[in-house]
Write a protein that binds this ligand. Structure first.
Ligand code: CP
Length: 336
């Protein structure tokens, strides 16, 4: 990953890029926790263009940029942009890249962010393009996996992971599969209804990387010998007929009783969020919230520092942001 690069797909990353990113992310922690502040990006502007719903990705990209001292301009929803008047993505990119030093973009169509980036004069980060990819989510997921399993004496090489739910439309698992191809001896269990199975290209990529892949529709046996249970939501917004999603919602529910009965004691529970907490879905029950192995909110916290690290590397301040460190002046509940 070089300074000034677009981040469109996880395929751009090599293993040493990941190591550099994670080391930079570790250094961001005191700034993300507001124990220190830095103004290294003072004067820089992030264009945060979210043409599809988001809570975590949009807010954490914006917060990450603010925490490095930069400013954020946002456009939220297609209906409030001139895309609804027929403006092309290329023209939109030409315009917005005149107002920004870097752009994060989410859009419901696969390939749309790459199309936008090809006309942009500044780096573009893919915040999710349809069911294709969500590279920054995969990076924060892998960062979380590394932290969690290192604490349990294991490494990503040799990881055992079950991915569960809507593997057809879930872009986070697509990017995560590609990312795991950089590692060795990974055992992946893919648990989904047949109609929502992981697309063949990702299965083939895992197998080509030498990983062991199991495909199944059975939850309980799949979670019995894994380090990570990675649950996902049924992506109802990707279905042509949303009622079709009702057929699959709630099919793979994990709760504390199932966890206790079937998982190893230290199995880490992850989910890219949002989890669907409606009664008919409830893929991760609230009764897991007291389980110390539930890492979903550690994932969201890690999202902030990984995105700070991405900005620092793309805008070439990873080597200097600490030179701009200051103490914070306000009451910080994290430090009293
Ligand atoms: N994980 C994720 O992409 O969440 P949001 O849709 O809230 O951004």
């Amino acid at each position: 990953m070089s300074g000034g690069a677009h981040i469109l797909s996880i395929e751009q990353f090599h293993r040493d890029d990941i190591e550099t990113l994670f080391i930079t992310a570790d250094r961001m922690e005191p700034y993300a926790q507001r124990r220190k502040m830095t103004r290294v990006l003072e004067g820089a502007i992030l264009g945060n263009m979210f043409f599809e719903a988001s809570t975590r990705t949009r807010i954490s990209f914006g917060s990450a940029f603010n925490l490095l001292g930069g400013e954020v301009r946002e456009s939220v929803g297609t209906e409030s942009s001139s895309l609804v008047k027929g403006e092309s993505l290329a023209d939109t990119a030409r315009v917005l890249s005149g107002y920004s030093d870097i752009i994060c973009m989410r859009h419901p169509l696969e390939g749309s962010v790459a199309e936008f980036a090809s006309a942009s004069r500044v780096p573009v980060i893919n915040g999710g393009d349809g069911s294709n990819e969500h590279p920054s989510q995969a990076l924060l997921d892998l960062y979380t996996i590394q932290k969690e399993i290192m604490a349990r004496g294991r490494t990503i090489d040799g990881l055992r992971i079950a991915m569960i739910g809507d593997l057809r439309y879930g872009r986070t698992v697509h990017s995560l599969c590609k990312l795991l191809c950089l590692y060795e001896r990974v055992r992946v269990v893919l648990v989904s209804p047949r109609e929502l199975a992981m697309p063949e290209q990702y299965v083939e990529a895992l197998q080509t990387a030498g990983h062991h892949v199991t495909i199944t529709e059975e939850l309980e046996s799949s979670i019995s010998s894994v380090d990570i249970v990675y649950s996902t939501r049924i992506q109802e917004e990707r279905f042509q007929d949303r009622q079709q999603a009702d057929l699959y919602r709630g099919r793979f529910r994990l709760n504390q009783a199932i966890y206790t009965r079937h998982c190893e004691p230290n199995t880490v529970i992850m989910h890219p969020l949002p989890r669907d907490s409606r009664a008919e879905a409830n893929e991760l029950d609230r009764d897991l919230d007291q389980n110390p192995n539930l890492a979903i909110f550690r994932q969201t916290d890690n999202g902030l520092i990984v995105r700070m690290a991405l900005f620092a590397l793309i805008l070439d301040v990873a080597g200097i942001f600490e030179n701009y460190a200051q103490d914070v002046r306000w009451y910080n509940p994290r430090i009293g």
